[in-house]
Unconditional design. Sequence first.
Length: 294
Amino acid sequence: MAVWTRREWLYKAGLGTAACSLIPSLISEEPRAATHTRGNISDQDEIALGNKFAEQLEKEQPIVSNSIIDPYLTKMVQELASKSQRPNMPYHIKLVNTMEVNASSIPGGGLYLNRGLFELVTSEDQLAATLAHEIGHVVGRHAINQLMLSFEAKALLKPVLDNLHKQNGVVEKIILSMGGAVAMLAMLHFSRQDEAQADMLGFYEMLRAGWDPRGFIKMFAMLDKLEKSSGGSHIRFLSDHPPTPERLEAVRREAHVVSIPANARTDSFAFHAAKTALHVLPDPPKPHKPAKKQ
Ligand SMILES: [Zn+2]
């Protein structure tokens, strides 16, 4: 038998927001993110691993800078992260010059947005929802926990932890021995629970930072459209983030029971200025193809 929470019962009974405004404890069901990382490693250790991971990742991916786009993305990430449940990590974001549609986060608060995803979004709230979701993964300690597991599985956790704060190249070599940073990131598979939690954490980050969290609904619509138009071609962001009815329903339900200010942000001039600046970026470098045999 399905067990409904009191809030679900009120929602299904059509009492939604009005009932909840009478019962303050029902207004918010923001999930509480875990406060400990697997193996109880400290934030400082997570940040050190994130830095080593970022160094390797940025050797493998074409990072691109732009004087309009970079400050715009940085400001958005700072605003969202400052309203998260883990505001004290050194969040930062870089743009990757590839048309592959993707965004990712790494331990310690590093975020990477692919140009292909920025080209795709049409309003600021879609972008804010995407980045809020990625920040949600950092807040929920999803990537660090998965990475710890990967090192453990290969009996490499001890040398990683022993050398995290040393400049001796040991951790870098271990990352390379496991296929490199991009491949390791691609192998991390978040559970559906992790994804649902990242959505909800992101939803509340957006709400507190002054954006309309219904941007998540628009973001799912965008992913849905992409899924239909991709004709089954493999898009990593879609395989990790399929726009499932459950994700959509969870956000819709949450949007019904919170109070969203009438002036919550959905779009901005700065967003469109940054989108325009994408046109002046150099073309993405062509992926390396193995030389043909004569
Ligand atoms: Zn995700």
